[in-house]
Design a protein around this ligand. Structure first.
Ligand code: HEC
Length: 200
């Protein structure tokens, strides 16, 4: 008798956990669909390119999320919008095509939800990854030189080589991971309206 009661209690505990963590989440978010923008005929949120989706994995594996969130709060109770981190708050629908859906909460560095809007030039973004202080002398963002390769400079410099002085005839070029990460960062932009989150 005692063991039947314990079994029922254990079952109920598991059921409550499942309802709380899986079922309610699914009902709230799982049925969300993208919205069709009738002017452009594109969906909103936009589907990121394959390269940008690879970049999301580089972002996750490099641990950028340890310092940067990807979710804008506000307008009440947060200064995110006045800091220029987005034109509107983030909503669950924004993450529909984001795999992995990185939200983050740590804000040692600024939120990057609209970094594609703040740093428009891919060359500037690439330089930031190599050495943030080459872009902004006081930056405390860690450099990521291992995402770059040193290649012997031929008669012509490669198009995407960083504008650094070549050392031992070697130029610094972004690896595939660095290019994917830049494509991902450039795809981050909250410049589209959603029914539940209109632009200001
Ligand atoms: C140890 C914490 C830390 C980590 C890890 C980190 N950052 Fe940063 N990042 C910062 C800080 C702090 C700043 C703000 C300083 C500055 O002005 O650059 C920043 C700034 C930036 C900016 C410029 C933001 C702006 O508004 O101009 C970009 C882009 C950026 N980081 C990208 C990345 C990427 C991509 C990664 C992972 C490859 C990463 N960061 C990892 C701390 C970090």
């Amino acid at each position: 008798m005692k063991s039947t009661r314990a079994l029922i209690l254990a079952f109920l505990a598991l059921l409550f956990a499942w309802v709380g963590q899986v079922a309610i989440g699914y009902i709230q978010v799982g049925r969300l669909e993208p919205v069709l923008n009738e002017e452009t005929n594109y969906t909103e949120p936009p589907v990121p390119s394959g390269l940008a989706q690879t970049g999301a994995r580089v972002f996750a594996s490099e641990g950028c999320i340890e310092c940067h969130s990807l979710s804008v709060r506000g307008p009440t109770g947060s200064a995110d919008l006045t800091r220029g981190w987005g034109q509107r708050r983030s909503v669950p629908r924004d993450y529909l095509f984001r795999e992995p859906a990185l939200v983050g909460f740590s804000r040692i560095g600024p939120d990057l939800s609209n970094i594609g809007e703040r740093i428009k030039d891919p060359a500037e973004m690439t330089m930031h990854l190599y050495d943030p202080r080459k872009r902004k002398s006081t930056s405390t963002c860690p450099p990521h030189p291992w995402l770059f390769e040193k290649r012997i400079a031929g008669p012509k410099t490669e198009n995407d080589a960083l504008p650094l002085t070549p050392i031992n005839w070697k130029q610094t070029v972004p690896s595939y991971s660095a290019k994917a990460l830049v494509a991902y960062l450039q795809s981050l932009n909250l410049n589209y309206a959603l029914p539940e989150a209109p632009l200001k």
